[in-house]
Design a binder for this molecule. Structure first.
Ligand code: ADP
Ligand code: TYD
Length: 208
């Protein structure tokens, strides 16, 4: 089972992923969490380039896919072959949302790289944390971090485009048969955790 958490910066996906993986491991120990860009030592180096260097959108796309291919080859595919649950903080939808819809990069280029570089691997389930960028921005400002990455520094309009992009991607991919659950990320942490518990229960139940 391959599950990805997606959403704009400050939507709470890392907070909720931590909760999800802890709860999941109590019921299915054979589970791992990972992230993009990154997930491997090479990928983490590419993450620094993508997040902290001034690059063209095409270079950003190529770096994201270089990191993704290594991530799939070294971590995701071996774990799936081993019947593990893989929970990833971001995957290909982030490239569509940030580089495609946010930075207005070429969507066909992303489609082609996804086919060629990732063999069109798609998650079994994507959990999308949807939130107004104004609320997400307030949350980011409250967070205790010193160095903001290039995307966190961008304007409200950029994050609005990324949010709308995510919703379009979800609609488009659902029509192709991919499974999405869209969570209102402005809900309380407690309510979101209940929804995550239900997701774990429903998937594990349907596997028995
Ligand atoms: P992301 O990984 O999406 O950038 P984080 O998980 O780091 O977001 O969350 C950003 C901040 O918002 C953190 O300080 C976190 O505690 C807080 N937060 C997350 N979810 C909620 C929520 N539902 N309500 C209020 N605050 C939240
Ligand atoms: P994020 O996952 O939110 O990490 P943190 O919680 O440490 O801030 O940040 C990663 C950033 O990388 C985020 O701003 C989105 C960006 N990104 C892309 O622009 N393209 C991609 O393909 C991926 C995977 C991430």
């Amino acid at each position: 089972m391959f599950i990805c958490f997606e959403g704009i910066d400050g939507s709470g996906k890392s907070t909720h992923l931590n909760y999800f993986i802890q709860k999941l491991k109590l019921k299915y120990a054979n589970s791992i969490s990972t992230r993009e860009p990154g997930g491997t030592s090479t990928g983490e180096q590419l993450r620094v380039l993508l997040l902290h260097h001034d690059l063209s959108v095409e270079s950003q796309i190529m770096l994201a896919f270089a990191s993704r291919q290594i991530h799939i080859q070294q971590v995701i595919q071996p774990a799936l072959d081993d019947n593990k649950w893989v929970i990833s903080d971001r995957f290909v939808d982030s490239t569509y949302a940030y580089q495609g819809y946010g930075k207005k990069g070429n969507i066909d280029f992303i489609d082609n790289l996804h086919k060629i570089v990732c063999n069109s691997l798609y998650p079994d389930l994507t959990i999308l944390f949807d939130i107004d960028p104004i609320v997400a921005c307030q949350r980011r400002q409250n967070r205790e971090i010193s160095v903001l990455d290039n995307f966190e520094k961008k304007s409200l309009d950029f994050h609005q485009d990324v949010r709308n992009g995510y919703l379009k991607i979800a609609k488009h991919n659902q029509a192709q048969g991919h499974k999405y659950i869209i969570i209102n990320a402005d809900d309380s942490i407690e309510n979101i955790q209940k929804q995550l518990d239900e997701i774990i229960f429903n998937i594990l139940g349907s596997q028995n």
